[in-house]
Design a protein around this ligand. Sequence first.
Ligand code: F6R
Length: 608
Amino acid sequence: MCGIVGYLGKQEAAPILLGGLKRLEYRGYDSAGIAVMNGGDVNVVKEVGKIRNLESALDTTPLKGFIGIGHTRWATHGEPNKTNAHPHVDGTGNIVLFHNGIIENYASLNKMLQEKGHVFITETDTEILAHLIEEFYEKDLEKAIRHALHEVDGTYGLAVISKYDPNKIYVARKGSPIVIGVGKDEYFVASDVTPLVNYTRDVFYLEDYEMAIITPKGVTTKTIENKKIEKKTERVTFELEAIEKGGFDHFMLKEIYQQPDTIMDAMRGRILKDEGIVKLGGLEKIEDRLVKANKIVFTASGTSWIAALIGEYLIEEFCRIPVEVEYASEFRYRNPIIDEDDVVIAISQSGETADTLAALREGKRKGALTLGIVNSVGSTIARETDAGVYIHAGHEIGVASTKAFTSQVTVLALITLMIARRKNMSSELGKAMVNELLKIPEKVQIILHQNDYIRDFARRYKDERNFLYLGRGYNFPVALEGALKLKEISYIHAEGYAAAEMKHGPIALIDKDMPVVFLATKDVIYDKVISNIEEVKARGGRIICIATQGDEKIQQYADHVIYIPDTLRALTPLLSVIPLQLLSYHVAVMRGCDVDMPRNLAKSVTVE
Ligand code: F6R
């Protein structure tokens, strides 16, 4: 989703801004632009498409100056073209701004401004903000910005430069993250820390309704009510290798291969093996409330929502606490029944997903204890929850979530164990589960060794138009995740279903042109899954099975079998999802898709 960068200091701004935008590419975007102050004038270059197009344009039209801002746009209002690319300017051309987020009341503001004579040249909501600031400008730009921000409904991460105030960058935040990096006599702005870490590790974050005025002499922070606030910088620990491909062709493949380590990192220091007990520092203070919860509500989006479904299976089976799983986007608008005895757990890789954040706030408003299972340290969801557990998966750059998913599931298993051992889980079962959890990383490694085999047979399926993924029990959410992974990076239509549901509708789709991926691992419902496979086979469907190592029988049904090591039924998703990630990856690469930055998708969805 849109990304912002800014620089004010003694170096040329344009190369720093361009480098920063490259670091933000992973968020997803369709155009990019840079604006730099030069001797009181603001010069702009913007281009549609990839950053390399902007880079070429800057080669032809270099921008000189020491203060500038830049942006990658992910279209919400108006198609991705050069006109709609940011920055946008007011009617005088003096106020230049970049904006992440959505101005929800843009239609009424547009009407009001047009009546006052403003003329708009783009289809964006952002242009309205520039004109609104112009409308309120009376020789005090800061005041005009604050006034405009009071008039807008919606979300913003905003950066403004202007010849009215040529030595300043104004930034403001509501709902869309802004981090400010403090160097020696220089300052950096960005939507997340990745563009900053080359230059400084000292940062602070703006909260909602806060703004910062950056000048060569320092940064002033205040609320948009004009109340001064003190911000302390914190030091970010961030390894630069985390944002390099490290020899892999794509970030997604690197992240798939990191999973033996990332799953281990999610467990590190949290397991007392000899007692079969889990300790989660982030939950210590609220552990009693969690164990006694009347009900747990998971709220999340996309892949994180699928992880939550696995959490539901785990917690209901082992902790005997009722669990609901809600799409964050639905939860926030349907007045859910939640009270002080309930626990709302938001799951989010980025910690910035607008819907998930809003759902969390709704849970908090209703008095529930709110927890977060988050990857991005210091993100908004991590900061706003009462307590939480970091998944420690490291920076995930591929837009399609892989390692974050397995780390989320690992943490959900840990939370389950923590609660269950406080309730009625025996120490034998506790020990068996933690021992098995600790073996998962090496079992994932065994699956990764089959990468070449999976790539070879992926070739046969690369031209398909549809796929069905079927699984039962703990493998049902995995079927959903397999289908989501395939569709988002290869653009092949794919559906995930509970295997037995197939006969209630999707079976009508089965013919020789329909490859069906079955999650058919050996467990209590294995025989039932075999019956579902027979139903597909009888109708000519082609079958790919994810099966348990040693299961020879499955070969008589399947066109292709990918074996995974045996594990406890409840931990199966940690293994069964791996071949599906690899299958999607290879199919997408063979189709020539941009796996790390699939079309239309954004890594961090900060708009509703
Ligand atoms: C799918 C994917 C998305 C995210 C979703 C939630 O591969 O990455 O579906 O899972 O946008 O994002 P987070 O977890 O950051 O809240």
